[in-house]
Design a protein around this ligand. Structure first.
Ligand SMILES: Nc1ncnc2c1ncn2[C@@H]1O[C@H](COP(=O)(O)OP(=O)(O)OP(=O)(O)O)[C@@H](O)[C@H]1O
Ligand SMILES: [Mg+2]
Length: 391
């Protein structure tokens, strides 16, 4: 089994606890570690019965035994390791499509098995939150949760397998395993992700995702994108309330400034994070990177002057996709990113508006002629080649 240690770096700061959140009564802080070791303990039963928000929890979720998931992933061996996040390691496994019992590799259905690292207390709460939300929410742009395992101390989640892994790997990892994602696929991924977020925000009981970032966007073999990781999701404000007060959680570089400052959570926080990811998609650069010079560490701050300049914006486009886009497409995508990143949350668009705008970029007629008699795509490529000195 590959070494797998928690490297959770999500908590930005902790200003306050969530107010009136239904999951607070299942907080791991209220359980002694002894009780959770005992399979028949009250705490373990509470975890299994998925109490809070159970009206939304799907009855179709499968409860797996630990032994079956161990067999499905071939003893969580390192060859089955797909990746590691703050929650723990993710392994590829195979199960029989009808019986859900472990199957031989490449027989049956591939699944991704996420195994909670037992060191982290926060992980238990996130595990439960994920089961609540993903068990209840079904949409083509949300990853499908097939089931879970809550046996003894073990906490695992079983998802549909996404062949191409995360967008983060494709944008930022070097190596032959990860092909550069084309401009057309980047736009499609942005649209799929926007659709997933719009679905959450427009639900009868709106959900704020709170952890929108490139590593939580998973891709299938056709670059269809789905949101994963609902461990930080929250029910949105209802009635007279304008926001939900929370402990500030998220990932550096993606969280909206007003949320980091106040802990007040609204759907507009997700819109900001979407703007950051759109910027990553345009530039091929990470939202936050300590290895860059100080003035360039924050992608949002660094690229701000370029986003507002219709000509200079071409300088920040990922040079690996040169020749694949028109000037107008890039300008429109940059405009959308800029609106999402508006410092004042109330002027940010809704995700439904963002989705509509992105769809017009993808489906617009890009080969219109400009004043020189060239297509926009041609002239943008020339300009890009001569000017690209930014990176
Ligand atoms: N359903 C899945 N199908 C295929 N690969 C997956 C799946 N879920 C996760 N992975 C892989 O496992 C990696 C780790 O995922 P995980 O969500 O645990 O961490 P992360 O998103 O990188 O970090 P964080 O914990 O901060 O969200 C992903 O980057 C991806 O490559
Ligand atoms: Mg993740």
């Amino acid at each position: 089994m590959g070494a797998c240690f928690s490297t959770r770096a999500k908590v930005l700061s902790s200003s306050r606890e969530g107010s009136g959140n239904s999951s607070s009564d299942t907080s791991p802080k209220k359980r002694s570690s002894k009780s959770s070791n005992n399979p028949g303990s009250f705490a373990a039963k509470r975890m299994l019965s998925l109490p809070a928000a159970s009206d939304r929890t799907s009855p179709t979720l499968r409860a797996f035994s630990f032994a079956d998931l161990k067999a499905a992933t071939r003893n969580f061996r390192s060859e089955s390791l797909l990746g590691e996040g703050g929650f723990g390691c993710v392994y590829k496994g195979f199960i029989n499509e009808q019986t859900y019992l472990p199957a031989r590799p490449r027989q049956g259905m591939p699944v991704a098995v996420k195994k909670l690292n037992l060191d982290g207390l926060q992980g238990h709460k996130e595990w439960l939150t994920e089961v609540h939300f993903l068990g209840a929410l079904h949409h083509p742009n949300l990853v499908k949760l097939i089931g879970f395992c809550a046996e003894d101390d073990h906490r695992l989640l079983v998802y549909e397998f996404m062949q191409r892994g995360s967008l983060e790997n494709h944008l930022f990892r070097k190596g032959t395993h990860y092909q550069t994602v084309s401009w057309a696929d980047r736009l499609k991924i942005a649209i799929d992700a926007a659709r997933g977020l719009a679905f959450l925000h427009d639900a009868e009981q709106p959900v704020i995702y709170r952890d929108f970032k490139a590593s939580n966007i998973l891709l299938d073999s056709y670059y269809n994108a789905k949101l994963s990781d609902f461990g930080l999701a929250k029910d949105g404000p209802t009635g007279e309330n304008t926001h939900v007060s929370t402990r500030v959680m998220g990932t550096q570089g993606y969280a909206a400034p007003e949320y980091v400052a106040t802990g007040h959570l609204t759907a507009k926080n997700d819109v900001y994070s979407f703007g950051v990811v759109l910027l990553e998609i345009l530039t091929g650069l990470k939202a936050f990177d300590k290895s860059r010079p100080l003035a360039q560490q924050s992608l949002v701050e660094w690229t701000k002057p370029y986003l507002s300049d219709r000509n200079r914006v071409l300088l920040i486009v990922d040079k690996r996709i040169q020749g694949q886009y028109s000037q107008r497409e890039v300008q429109r995508a940059a405009d959308i990113a800029q609106c999402c990143l508006c410092p004042d949350a109330k002027y940010r668009p809704t995700m439904r508006d963002v989705l509509r705008s992105l769809e017009t970029v993808l489906f617009s007629d890009d080969l219109s002629m400009n004043g020189d008699g060239n297509t926009e795509r041609e002239s943008s490529n020339r300009q890009h080649n001569s000017d690209h000195m930014f990176f």
